[in-house]
Design a protein. Structure first.
Length: 443
């Protein structure tokens, strides 16, 4: 009974406690709902405000786009009108300018020619007053002005006048050692510039004069022109205005040409000199012997110290020998004299044969050198191969030139020796015949 009473009491106590817990939970839920509802309302208000702002921005952008479209339409209309106006103006310019475009081309080309004349001709040394105007016309992109056209005409007239003048000018001069100075020179029209060293090469771009590597023979100098103006009538001039004088430096002299033959060429010249000395000596010797023989023929009774005299002495030495013995003695003497007459001729013939062979040797040597240069540097520049080719050709020419006079001298001297030998043989035969007649008459 007591237990039931206690359980009932506990039940009555727990029921109010559960009711109280449920009521607290409901109240908390209501508060959270209110808080969430307030938060949602705030978010909705923010969304509405953002939507209003975006809608306002959209309307502003639409209005701006409308304004821009209006401006684009206006600009397109203006651009079309400007194009039409520009086309009309260009057509009016074309009609009004007429042939001025072609005239500008002609004027500009003329100005270029005059500019080149001022840069290359010696008249630019003192006659370049309108060079700036000419340069402006060449560089211009529009039609030249009347002042420029007038300057172009005056520049052309200045060059025409300068081409007929002979004036003393002061120019900047660079000598062969590279030192620069100011010297006095005479300008011979537009043909050349003459200094104390002769003709001067003029560089119109740098405005300096330099000497040519080689001057022509009898070329004028400044001192001659200053002392005698009429001397120019006899002067050597270059009508190409320096081109021929430049090529004159590339023309080798005889010494330079011979030096191109190298060692082989020197040997050939040495052989020619030796052969020439031999030929000259033997020629003088044979001429002297011929004169002695001619004098001996006039006095056969007095044998002298000459080939014919020695032959006559053989006849007078022994009068008691037979005709056969006399004939053999005379033949022996004539053979000895012939060897003396022909002394040195075999050497001439040998030198005449050696000269072209040495020339061929130089040709082969020069070609070998040329091929070596081609192997090292290629064949793009002909100047690199010029040394070997020059040696090949020069030695060939030297060999032929040396062989021809030596061969000619050998033939002439051989003919002279043969003529003397014929005289000796005829005189020997006449002596044998006289001895045979004498012996026959005695018998």
């Amino acid at each position: 009974m007591k237990l039931k009473t206690l359980a009932l009491a506990l039940t009555l106590v727990s029921v109010p406690t559960s009711v109280l817990a449920v009521d607290g939970l409901v109240e908390k839920t209501r508060q959270e709902q209110k808080s969430e509802q307030a938060h949602n309302q705030a978010r909705e208000a923010g969304f509405k405000q953002t939507e209003a702002e975006i809608r306002a921005q959209k309307e502003a952008l639409l209005a701006k786009r409308k304004l821009l479209n209006t401006q684009i339409d206006n600009l397109s209309s203006t651009f079309s009108q400007n194009e039409k106006s520009l086309a009309q103006l260009e057509e009016e310019l074309r009609l009004e300018s007429g042939s001025l475009g072609e005239l500008f081309g002609v004027v500009r080309q003329t100005a270029k020619d005059l500019q080149a004349e001022l840069e290359t001709s010696v008249t630019g040394a003192d006659r370049h007053q309108y060079a700036a105007v000419v340069n402006d016309i060449v560089d211009a992109k529009a039609l030249p002005s009347l002042k420029q056209l007038n300057g172009l005409w005056q520049g052309m007239n200045e060059q025409i006048t300068a081409s007929s003048e002979m004036r003393k000018v002061s120019v900047s001069y660079i000598n062969g050692e590279g030192y620069q100075s100011t010297v006095d020179a005479y300008r011979l029209g537009s043909i050349g510039l003459i200094g104390e060293q002769g003709y001067l090469a003029w560089n119109g771009i740098r405005q300096v004069a330099t000497p040519y590597l080689k001057q022509p023979e009898n070329g004028p100098v400044a001192s001659q022109i200053a002392s005698q103006q009429t001397g120019l009538q006899m002067a050597v001039v270059d009508p190409s205005r320096g081109k021929m004088l430049e090529q004159l430096a590339h023309t080798p002299s005889l010494t330079e040409r011979l030096s191109q033959g190298g060692v082989v060429g020197k040997i050939i010249l040495g052989l020619l000199a030796i052969g020439g000395i031999i030929a000259l000596y033997r020629g003088c010797k044979l001429i002297w012997i011929r004169q002695q023989i001619n004098a001996q023929l006039k006095k056969p009774e007095n044998p002298g110290n000459n080939p014919l005299g020695r032959v006559l002495k053989v006849y007078d030495t022994d009068q008691k020998r037979s005709v056969e013995a006399l004939e053999l003695r005379l033949l022996e003497t004539i053979v000895d004299e012939q060897q003396g007459l022909e002394r040195g001729l075999s050497m001439l013939k040998l030198l005449a044969a050696l000269a072209p062979m040495l020339g061929l040797l130089g040709t082969v040597t020069g070609m070998i050198e040329t091929f070596q240069v081609i192997t090292q540097f290629g064949n793009g520049d002909p100047k690199v191969m010029a040394g070997g080719i020059s040696m090949a050709l020069v030695t060939t020419v030297l060999g032929l030139i040396s062989a021809m006079p030596l061969l000619l001298a050998h033939n002439l001297l051989s003919a002279q020796a043969d003529a003397i030998r014929s005289i000796l043989e005829k005189q020997g035969i006449s002596l044998v015949a006289a001895e045979a007649e004498k012996t026959g008459s005695t018998a």
